[in-house]
Design a protein around this ligand. Structure first.
Ligand code: PLP
Length: 431
């Protein structure tokens, strides 16, 4: 009999996991291999990765093409300081991103993840106004948004239980309601009131889908009107496309549904197809030019050791190659169509409050069981899905699918079937 502890036990002895109450958490499930939309556990069990490993994976796990490009880059140049030096992968990736980003985006500033992409955008916006000699201080954001876990990103995110220990350290933000159906005019009024009061540097928003809020969706039409108000009052706009980018909503960017384009865009997650940690903030020439000066104090003094890591940029380039292939675009369409059919059938069932869908993102909101975010329902549904061989990490009483684009019809059916099982569990029709 072996006396070596298994991986889960070794993990428990040395690892502190994110978003996990370590005192009560179950042992982490050791995953030893990934292929397509499947993850293989050490004990031989397989899981359909219906949440694309925290919304990052686009083309399936351990994709051979990305692996090859990453290996080639590793053998050529693994990293180089990015102040005063550059390299082919960073430049080519920036050129290609600019080709597909919303019109007007002309500069790429690299960082390491979604939170830092947001930090950079906020710093650009605040310093933009200082550099132009009209310092404006206020930032507007949606009340329920999530932009990351670093301090600036937390400040512009919902004042949720997650950030409660830090509230007194966060800068003040002008929060407006999310313009969900029926609430559009009220949100517009709130934005206009802040805009008229003046001193607003920027409006940051998750375009069309607020992810962590529970895949809360609103229309391009109302966002268009919000951006129009910003334009009228000379307020910079920051589209946080960290989750919505790279095909998630059906178009390459959620901003593509709109005529008006943002001044800045924050990118991460799908930026490398879920392979390497990378963030990027793009901006237009208007923002960029405000930092060009003989006065060195107008420099954007921001950077990370791994800024523009060549291996991450190579992964990004490979992922972009795959994303733009006809076949991937067809998969995105296929998933959207199948989601729509499921949504149509499922929204009529008891205990189902709402089914929301845009492109490859589908969310089912069950009637809440009266408890908070830290509720039991989420835990129960999560465990139930795992038993069915599906990773569906709920947001409280909301279940969502945001799969790798290569997910097969059979795997999607398994996910839908699991969600049907959840509904039966909640209504008591099961067991
Ligand atoms: N912005 C949005 C819209 C997100 O959904 C997230 C993460 O979920 C972030 C920013 C933060 O990204 P990261 O977790 O890579 O720091």
């Amino acid at each position: 009999m072996s006396t070596t502890p298994n991986l889960a036990t070794r993990d428990q002895q040395v690892i502190w996991h994110p978003y996990t109450q370590m005192k009560t958490a179950a042992l982490a499930i050791p995953i030893v291999k990934g292929e397509g939309a499947l993850l293989y556990a050490e004990d031989g069990k397989t899981y359909v990765d219906a949440v694309a490993s925290w919304w990052v994976n686009l083309h399936g796990h351990a994709h051979p093409y990305i692996a090859q490009k990453v290996a080639e880059q590793l053998q050529t140049l693994e990293h180089v300081i990015f102040a005063g030096f550059t390299h082919p992968a960073a430049v080519t990736f920036a050129e290609r991103l600019i080709q597909i980003l919303p019109q007007g985006q002309s500069r790429i500033f690299y960082s390491d993840n979604g939170s830092t992409a947001v930090e950079v955008a906020l710093k650009m916006a605040i310093q933009y106004w200082q550099n132009t000699g009209i310092p404006k201080r206020k930032i507007i954001a949606f009340r329920d948004s999530y932009h990351g876990d670093t301090f600036g990103a937390m400040a512009v995110s919902a004042r949720s239980a997650f950030t409660a220990p830090f509230w007194s350290y966060l800068f003040e933000v002008c929060f407006i309601d999310v313009p969900v159906a029926g609430n559009e005019e009220e949100t517009l009024k709130q934005l206009e009131a802040y805009a008229l009061a003046g001193d607003v540097a920027a409006f940051i928003y998750e375009p069309l889908v607020l992810g962590t809020a529970g895949m809360v969706m609103y229309t391009p039409e109302v966002l268009e009107r919000l951006l129009e108000v910003c334009q009228q009052h000379d307020i910079l706009t920051i589209a946080d496309e960290v989750m919505t980018g790279f095909g998630r909503t059906g178009h390459i960017f959620a901003s593509d549904y709109l005529q008006r384009k943002p001044d800045m865009v924050a990118l991460s997650k799908g930026l490398t197809g879920g392979t390497m940690a990378l963030g990027a903030t793009s901006c237009n020439e208007k923002v960029y030019e405000a930092f060009l000066s003989d006065d060195k104090r107008k420099t954007l003094f921001h950077g990370h050791s791994y800024t523009a890591n060549p291996v991450a940029c190579a992964a990004g380039l490979a992922s972009l190659d795959l994303l733009l292939q006809e076949e991937t675009q067809q998969h995105i369409e296929r998933i959207g169509q199948r989601h729509a059919v499921f949504a149509q059938q499922f929204r009529k069932l008891p205990k189902v409050l709402e089914v929301r869908q845009r492109g490859t993102i589908l969310a089912v909101e069950f009637e809440a069981d009266g408890t908070s975010y830290f509720n039991k329902m989420g835990d129960t549904l999560y465990s139930f899905a795992l038993e069915q061989g599906v990773i569906l990490r709920p947001l409280g009483n909301i279940i969502y699918i945001i799969p790798p684009y290569c997910i097969t019809d059979e795997q999607l059916d398994q996910v839908y079937q699991t969600i049907r099982g959840m509904q039966q569990l909640i209504t008591g029709d099961r067991y």
